[in-house]
Write a protein that binds this ligand. Structure first.
Ligand SMILES: Nc1ncnc2c1ncn2[C@@H]1O[C@H](COP(=O)(O)OP(=O)(O)OP(=O)(O)O)[C@@H](O)[C@H]1O
Length: 285
């Protein structure tokens, strides 16, 4: 499903949570939606899922506004970090509700995942541990097979092994059945290899939208003598540079190959680090 965002703004009590954000998500892909605390990620995901209205601008999913629009919302599944389910419902009732709401619901996958995460089908949501409740969110998100599936920090309380299992399942189900997956997370290092495209929000504005592979190959740090580094940086987009004792290290948009050929010391920049630099109130991309 194509998602078109145009000059989208959302204000809460006069303050912008999102400000004039425009971008398009063309194809089914795994998108990483990143940004510091309060950057506007959850606000955006809530508007996309049709839960809240924007203050101005528009969002179109296959040409339609998702707000109060069942045809679109049955194609979008948003799993948040908690409170996804009514506390009094039993696990099996939650699954039934999701099966009723989502036309593409995969009953077999849901059943297998419930067993594999060891969830008690007859237990009420309120009796589940935090990790188990997160597992239920992950199960419903994956089994919804919604053409747009959004996970907003879905793993509170999940230990590292369970999170690893989530990433594997996400990839497996995505490869079997491509759809748009938007994953918002602060554990960027853990998941960045899954991302095909990365969007970074900074204080309500879009700071970056780029293919993950482009970022892996075309953002690097170069270090060496100040003059040598300055010479290399000429005409290039520099994210950040630091000088210490006659040596300079710069974060720059440049192919790793070109940087290596310059004879400078070159290192790749993990997406997590790039996010930190781009959202540090310094130069953006
Ligand atoms: N219901 C609300 N009422 C008032 N202000 C809100 C509301 N929801 C969000 N905000 C504000 O809007 C801004 C963006 O919040 P949002 O939750 O979208 O950020 P986020 O990027 O998801 O942050 P985090 O990574 O901490 O979850 C913040 O300043 C937040 O305080």
């Amino acid at each position: 499903m194509k998602i078109e965002v145009e000059n989208l703004s959302k204000k809460y009590k006069g303050e912008y949570a999102l400000k004039d954000v425009s971008f398009t998500l063309e194809e089914p892909k795994i998108y990483g939606l990143l940004g510091r605390n309060g950057a506007g990620k959850t606000t955006f995901m809530d508007i996309l899922a049709g839960n809240i209205l924007a203050t101005s601008g528009s969002i179109r999913v296959d040409g339609e506004d998702p707000f109060d629009n069942r045809r679109i919302t049955e194609s979008i599944c948003l799993i948040k970090e908690g409170n996804n389910f009514k506390k009094d419902l039993k696990v099996k009732q939650v699954l039934k509700l999701f099966a009723f709401f989502y036309p593409g619901w995969d009953e077999e996958l849901a059943g297998n995942l419930v067993k594999s995460f060891g969830l008690p089908a007859n237990a009420a949501v309120k009796s589940l541990s935090k990790g188990m409740e997160s597992a239920l969110g992950i199960i419903t998100g994956l089994a919804s097979k919604a053409p747009v599936t959004i996970f907003d920090e879905p793993y509170i309380g999940l230990d590292v092994a369970a999170r690893k299992k989530f990433y594997e399942l996400l990839l497996e189900t995505y490869e079997a059945d491509e759809r748009t997956i938007i994953l918002s997370t602060h554990l960027i290092d853990e998941v960045s290899l899954l991302f095909e495209e990365v969007l970074i929000l900074q204080e309500g504005s879009l700071a970056l939208q780029r293919e993950a592979e482009f970022l892996r190959e075309n953002v690097c740090t170069v270090s060496g003598a100040v003059e040598q580094v300055e010479y290399f940086l000429k005409g290039k987009e520099v994210i950040e540079k630091k000088t210490f004792a006659g040596m300079m290290t710069a974060y720059v948009y440049s192919s790793m190959k070109e940087a290596r050929e310059s004879g400078l010391q070159v290192e790749s920049v993990p997406i997590q680090e790039l996010m930190i630099y781009l959202t540090d109130g310094r130069k953006g991309a």
